[in-house]
Write a protein that binds this ligand. Structure first.
Ligand SMILES: [Zn+2]
Ligand SMILES: [Zn+2]
Ligand SMILES: [Zn+2]
Length: 470
């Protein structure tokens, strides 16, 4: 294992893969402005992340890109913009060497490349910089010197003297950048351990050492540990099959483990805990005993009616983490679909849709929108699953959401939207809970540009309904 160290020489620049979509045949027809056009998700003020990024030349670019393949404009992820933006070398006004401004905003803030750009991590994120005589904006998120926020939360990386570890590290960081970019867009606090040694986030990517204990994936007090071998496709797939899991990805691991982190932060010490216990069960139940029961006896026979996955039936903590991960899956996928103008209006597949009776708080003012979001998800994934089957691939979303999970998802939606600074209580107050649930914003919290609203059903409208959700 080694601690995150200063940049090493690049073995390979991995930024250039999957840069452009060849099917875009007429870039001139696209929005010419430098900044990404307002997406549908923005218009809907969806609580999710826009994934439709554009170069200044109009072509679509993606989260991992550091340069536009078509026009060679440098690109980078800028947290202030919550997205990948085209960049221009900063000039004049005391601009320092190797700094950039956002394209078309030469007098705006300046940025540097993350020190991990030229390492196997191939990080395309930007770090706030200063002009001569200017002070850098106060760092409340705990950046490691020279590194972006996504890299600053990595505490331990695999030993790069082992040739194959560079590739594993790249995959881990790529998945983590997608995670962090979504957390930021959702307005969730993302603070590294440099800023908050007690509650800050840290990721340890560890490898099994000969004679040492097997590295277990997990979360403890803000430290998320992942066995780096999970980044090896063959290993991860073998474990998935052995564990009879329908889905196992790096991003899925991260979304699950960060769920534990936010439970510690946003649920346990807040008044949400009472409603949590009513919905998910009593978290004070013996965790070790629950795990042992699960591994010895398997899940309860009716788990599929009550939980998003069999593992969720283990203990209320795991139910929360699994359901939280699903919320993040759903929000990111739905928003990506909408960002690129995909809608399920023409969905021909018949589906059982959920009703207000399935919600936790059907009387909440946002309940109808939330229901639309959930049902939109059902329709969208019906199509995506069929598309996957057309290619002989495993289902895109190999789960069936039980009715009982819908209320839990609405609860999670309330926790996420309710903790944003200045947000009104998002849940109808059934006790005197919700008003006081608005905890102090954590240090470094990014204000999301969006409100608590959800994608509208109109984006997903089905033409037919009926039984047969698959
Ligand atoms: Zn371009
Ligand atoms: Zn970085
Ligand atoms: Zn867990």
């Amino acid at each position: 294992m080694q601690r995150l160290s200063p940049p090493r020489q690049a073995k390979e620049d991995n930024n250039m893969d999957s840069l452009l979509n060849d099917s875009i045949s007429d870039p001139a027809a696209m929005a010419p402005e430098a900044m990404p056009a307002p997406t549908l998700a923005t218009e809907l003020a969806a609580p999710t992340v826009s994934r439709a990024y554009r170069c200044q030349c109009g072509r679509p670019v993606f989260l991992r890109n550091s340069e536009c393949l078509a026009c060679h404009t440098p690109l980078g992820y800028v947290i202030d913009r919550l997205g990948v933006v085209p960049l221009a070398p900063a000039v004049g006004g005391g601009a320092l060497p190797d700094t950039f401004t956002v394209f078309g905003d030469p007098h705006g803030p300046t940025y540097r490349r993350c020190a991990n750009l030229m390492t196997p991590a191939a990080c395309s994120w930007m770090v706030p910089a200063s002009r001569e005589g200017e002070t850098i904006p106060l760092d409340t998120q705990g950046l490691a010197p020279g590194y972006c926020l996504a890299c600053s939360v990595t505490r331990t990386i695999p030993d790069l003297s082992v040739e194959s570890n560079g590739e594993l590290w790249r995959k881990l960081e790529q998945a983590k950048r997608r995670l962090i970019s979504q957390l930021l867009a959702l307005g969730l606090p993302v603070v590294s351990r440099h800023a908050d040694p007690v509650h800050g986030l840290a990721f340890d990517f560890l490898s099994n050492m000969p004679g040492g204990p097997h590295v277990m994936t997990g979360h403890e007090h803000g430290v998320i540990t992942l066995n780096a071998e999970e980044a090896e496709d063959a290993v991860r797939e073998r474990i998935r099959a052995e564990m009879r899991e329908p889905y196992r990805t790096l991003l899925g691991h991260f979304r699950h483990e960060i769920g534990h982190y936010y439970w510690d932060l946003l649920v346990l010490p807040t008044p949400w805990i009472d409603d949590f216990r009513a919905l998910f069960g009593d978290d004070r139940a013996d965790y070790a005993a629950a795990l042992q029961t699960h591994y010895e006896q398997g899940p309860p026979p009716d788990w599929a009616d009550r939980f998003v996955s069999s593992y969720a039936s283990t203990h209320p903590w795991e139910d929360w983490a699994e359901t939280w991960a699903h919320y993040l899956h759903m929000a990111d996928t739905a928003d990506t679909a909408m960002s690129f103008g995909v809608d399920a209006t023409n969905v021909e597949l018949a589906s059982d849709l959920f009703t207000a009776a399935d919600l936790w708080q059907p009387e909440h003012p946002d309940a109808a929108k939330f229901l639309d979001f959930i049902n939109g998800w059902v329709l969208l994934t019906n199509v995506l699953n069929e598309l996957s089957r057309s290619m002989g691939q495993p289902d895109y979303y190999p789960f069936v959401l039980p009715r009982a999970a819908v209320g839990k998802l609405q609860f999670i939606h309330g926790v996420i939207t309710g903790q944003r600074p200045g947000s009104a209580p998002t849940m109808v107050v059934s006790s005197d809970v919700a008003a006081t649930a608005l905890a102090e914003p954590a240090p470094g919290q990014v204000q999301s540009p969006s409100e608590s609203e959800l994608p509208s059903q109109s984006q997903f409208q089905a033409r037919s309904q009926g039984p047969g959700q698959s």
